[in-house]
Design a protein around this ligand. Sequence first.
Ligand SMILES: [Zn+2]
Length: 120
Amino acid sequence: MRLNLSKRLKELQREVARKEKELARDMEMMLAFPRCKYCGSGHVVKFGTFRGVQRWWCKECQRKFVDNRALPGMKTPKEQVASALNMYYEGMSLNAIRRHYGRCTKTILLIARFMRGGKV
Ligand SMILES: [Zn+2]
């Protein structure tokens, strides 16, 4: 009886160790894989590279995206867009914003128009 219990205990310990390894691997995957820019789903797979930048495919909404901290379809990081818009609405000229960020005036105008709900 005692022999059986110690055998069972060892089996359980091995199973726990295996489960811990599986969990650690899953956590690594979750940290390495980004969330979808469009729907926020974690069901994404690698979708090749373009000019050295990893592209991703969302299995939920069937769309491609790049994990670059930018809004969907844009290259400019979100923080920079928000800051540029803030400057624009505070009355700074488009040329001054362009000089500050090195982005073209058209990008800033398009973002401003988009935020007002107009057509891009
Ligand atoms: Zn998605």
